[in-house]
Write a protein that binds this ligand. Sequence first.
Ligand SMILES: *Cc1c(COP(=O)(O)O)cnc(C)c1O
Length: 361
Amino acid sequence: MTSPGGTIAEIDLGALCENYRLLSAESRAPCAAVVKANAYGLGVEPVAAALAQLGCREFFVATVEEGIALRPVLPDAAIAVLYGVATAEDAKLTVAHGLIPVLNSMEQLALWRDAAAGEGRALPAILHVDTGMSRLGLPLADAERIAEDAALLAGVDLRLVMSHLACSGTPDHPLNRQQLGRFRTVRQRFPKVRASFANSSGIFLGYDYHFDQTRPGAALYGINPTPDAANPMRTVVTVTSPILQIRTLTEAETVGYGATYQAPAGSRLATVGAGYADGLLRAMGNRAEAWVGGHKAPLAGVVSMDMAVLDISALPENDVRLGDRVEFFGAHMPVDVVAAKAGTIGYELLTSIGGRVKRIY
Ligand SMILES: *Cc1c(COP(=O)(O)O)cnc(C)c1O
């Protein structure tokens, strides 16, 4: 780990697989895998291939484009598209690549009926019902209408009815039970169709929430699905970057843009070759710490585009050398903890890993 060479994201596919096994063991139903946004920034091709080898048969992406890119990696798996179909062109591409749209509105359902009529055969689809997220999905009244009027599903091979939890990371939140109650009602209206409700944290709310399929994303990638308790998942992603320069201040100085960090004379500072273009957050400056030479060191000043500065004054001099790699999050610095220091969540840190960061599997 001493070779220089830019910012690296090491992705432990073995840990990913263990996390899939752990979530499968925790789930009463089979686990689909959510691999939207390039598998939360990790790289969808190696991630999806590894999960498919373990026996995962169902995958969720956000966009039709993501589904098209994934199809060659998973020739036989079910690939569902969370955005559904917005246009006839979307529907055409969805059919051509054998994707399954998650239908979120009456308009999307109508587009899919038209596509089925055009194809002269039934086309698979998922219905997404909004039970309390107020984001995407059919209002309960529309779901009711669909259940009562078979013509609305003409040519639609309904594979799954799903909904999404708003507060699953907070087990005691009353909205969880409320959404569960609403989803049970929806489910009764489609008794022959499989049902899917739980994301990563939802799995840990118990069997009531599992239905016929669970849909974890974050926990597969090592994010803690039980924020109030120890993380049951293994670390998957470790982001490191080399030290470019070390200096000892002869006088008191400030560090970085805006002069937000006061360093007294004698301070030792290490400049690291990673910035917000690589996925560090600007808000990590003066708040988060990084791991170097077996110690934690604070980020001094704001993070800039390509660099960040660590105050290593408190560390033994011989423990930190030019070219040493600094870990911003990963094995020693839990992604959730680092994210919280920057006022965000692990999801945002992972999906922010920059395009120029080399992913090593
Ligand atoms: C992103 C997403 C998931 C996965 O959620 P995690 O919290 O990452 O497990 C599941 N279902 C839907 C609808 C989503 O948008």
